[in-house]
Design a protein around this ligand. Sequence first.
Ligand code: AHM
Ligand code: MG
Length: 357
Amino acid sequence: HAADAHRTDLMTITRYVLNEQSKHPESRGDFTILLSHIVLGCKFVCSAVNKAGLAKLIGLAGETNVQGEEQKKLDVLSNEVFIKALVSSGRTCILVSEEDEEATFVEPSKRGKYCVVFDPLDGSSNIDCGVSIGTIFGIYALNDGDEPKLEDVLQPGKNMVAAGYCMYGSSCTLVVSTGAGVNGFTLDPSLGEFILTHPNIKIPKKGKIYSVNEGNATNWDGPTAKYVEKCKFPTDGSPAKSLRYIGSMVADVHRTLLYGGIFLYPADKKSPNGKLRVLYEVFPMSFLMEQAGGQAFTGKQRVRFLDFPNINRLGLFNRFVLQALDLVPKKIHDRSPIFLGSYDDVEEIKALYAAEE
Ligand code: AHM
Ligand code: MG
């Protein structure tokens, strides 16, 4: 389209958030400022990831630079960039990063009301072969004037005020929800701006793809094994599902969000809580799935069935499965099994777990 070759009215992410903000007259723009610092971190990491292959080829990585410092690994570098961008926004008080053992408490002079939990560069084992990787983040808000404490980030995912991820793939895509649907923005490298390209993302109600590390199958529990068996050998006349597994959560979840289907990182005999981290992997992705009309389940019961022997007879199983966003983390790096994606597909695995008890 000739007319589209030079669009002049660009819905950048900042403009989008400002529009949203104008619907809340009491808002002082703090969230807009916080998000613009997250965006800065994403752009920096995107540029570093794009150069990673080159840096290796011309011998930069792993060597010492002019100051005699060793070149930092990309995940360490990404962490530093996000921590610095978040602190300097003046809008944060507690930061939890996958890279840091302890939470960072922002010094009082730079404090704001937001707590940010994040994985600065998830899937970093994929860097060397150029597979898509990403940043994942979730945001909690304190009440004005509250003194920040660790409990402020040990909250269920449903208390988050926003969540998102940035995927460094064939293009750089930022997917965000502030609790009113999900929107996707793509970085236009010539402008250095994220432009709204995927407004109001809705996940298909039912999908044709399942996504799981099947190499762990010998250690799976009954319901997971049964579910995957059904994906491959359906007994209800429906077609078998396709398997897609990249092993990079942001990429696997992004595909699930756009095409539908289910992503699983279940518990197994070796890792009874699965692999993925509650605060900055499970929660943000579950938040986005629910906002897009899908759902996310932990594979656990909210209350023990034995405590409520009538549940079975009343057929109330599903009310007692633990939705991912209801989980309450005890420690900042806790893990949980996770099943997320299309509403109907997650419903099926919930029924299998409910029947097991
Ligand atoms: P990481 O934080 O060490 O990068 O690990 C997280 C990654 C996720 O991106 C991905 O979903 C999962 O690990 C894949 O695990 P596995 O290799 O066990 O299938
Ligand atoms: Mg990770």
